[in-house]
Unconditional design. Structure first.
Length: 368
């Protein structure tokens, strides 16, 4: 029985360590997933809490795993694990039944699970943790309570600091489709025999003269930018299918008189291309915005093409260009896509003929 308790304790602990670590190295990813959960549950005004919740949850999961694997206040770790499973098992059952969120994000982007697989995983964990709850008194603590508690608290604090490092730089492991070395056109191809995906995108525009809000298809996109202001893009899935890893990447300049997707041009451009990614200009770090002029001059010296991708509208773009005295061409791209490309605002991506050569948080970019 002691051997069985040990094996179950270590197995459950390793699952928590893996889950906590994969999410802690990308706290923004967990933050975005929590945001999706809250929206699905009808909580629309809690955006300011999603990043702190990400930090707390990721650090807690990893610390519980350490407590179980190394028998540090293991009984407390068992109860904490049990409470988490009491919360997340019903939640994942609801997700599996409704598909309100397509991927639970339990192991970040590195080990994606569909909702039914996630629920099954949680059921197994509940059974194993219940076993540990029943036999918890047979677990002896090897060290004094104070030492074990101190190690556990230190672990929690270290994971918090690790997450601070991750959001001020970039995740140490990139599991997303836009990682360095990726040839983007290959990731945009659907196998010939795969079911075809169908979606419809509508561009939400506001008439500056009347205040009227209207939705346009790509073909109907208004050319008169003096009258119509871009607000957002709404994409509706008409038919689910096997999707390529990159299926929602487009670049449309709100400054052009005629709508054009610049992605094909970008993929074929012979010289390196420097892309500044700012999913929301309104939320971009001021120090990063202050770098835009330097980035523009750097690109000119290196003979790079430079562009900026954002989901903000033309008014915000124009204000930023005026405030920072830049002439960089801006493109509108879906907000989620931009968050997927790089976990920074601003982030910087270097491409050449469709291949990603480098990615940086603006803090780490070197003007060489």
């Amino acid at each position: 029985m002691k051997v069985l308790i040990l094996l179950v304790r270590v197995l459950v602990g390793l699952v928590f360590i893996l889950s906590g670590f994969l999410k802690a190295m990308d706290p923004y990813g967990t933050c975005y997933k929590i945001h999706d959960y809250l929206l699905a549950l009808g909580f629309n005004n809690l955006d300011s809490l999603t990043l702190p919740m990400s930090f707390i949850l990721n650090a807690l999961e990893f610390t519980i795993g350490i407590m179980l694997v190394f028998n540090l206040k293991a009984r407390l770790g068992i109860w904490l694990a049990f409470v988490l499973e009491l919360i997340f098992t019903p939640l994942t059952l609801w997700l599996a039944m409704t598909n309100a969120v397509s991927d639970c994000g339990c192991f970040g982007d590195c080990l994606p699970l569909d909702n039914w697989a996630t629920f099954g995983k949680n059921v197994v964990l509940v059974v194993l943790i219940l076993f540990l709850v029943i036999y918890r008194k047979r677990i002896d603590n090897p060290l004094s309570d104070n030492v074990e508690l101190a190690i556990s608290i230190a672990t929690y604090v270290l994971v918090l600091l690790f997450q601070l490092y991750s959001i001020h730089h970039l995740p140490i492991i990139d599991c997303r489709p836009y990682k360095v070395g990726t040839y983007i056109p290959d990731k945009m191809v659907v196998p010939a025999d795969a079911p075809r995906f169908e979606s419809k995108s509508l561009f939400v525009m506001e008439n500056k003269l009347t205040g009227e809000t209207k939705k346009f298809t790509y073909e109907e996109y208004p050319s008169d930018t003096l009258v119509w202001k871009y607000l957002s893009t709404e994409t509706t899935i008409l038919q689910d299918a096997t999707l390529p890893p990159i299926h929602d990447f487009n670049m449309i300049s709100p400054e052009d008189s005629v709508a054009q997707d610049y992605v094909p041009v970008l993929m074929q451009y012979e010289k390196p291309v420097l892309l500044v990614i700012m999913h929301k200009l309104e939320k971009a770090d001021e120090d990063g915005l202050a770098m835009l002029k330097d980035l523009e001059e750097y690109a000119q010296r290196k003979e790079y093409l430079i562009g900026a991708l954002t989901s903000s509208n033309l008014d915000v773009i124009t204000a930023v260009k005026n405030d920072y005295n830049i002439s960089i061409k801006f493109f509108n791209t879906d907000d989620i896509t931009l968050k997927t490309i790089v976990r920074a605002n601003p982030g910087i991506v270097l491409l050449k003929q469709g291949t990603i050569l480098g990615k940086w948080n603006y803090r780490d970019f070197k003007f060489e």
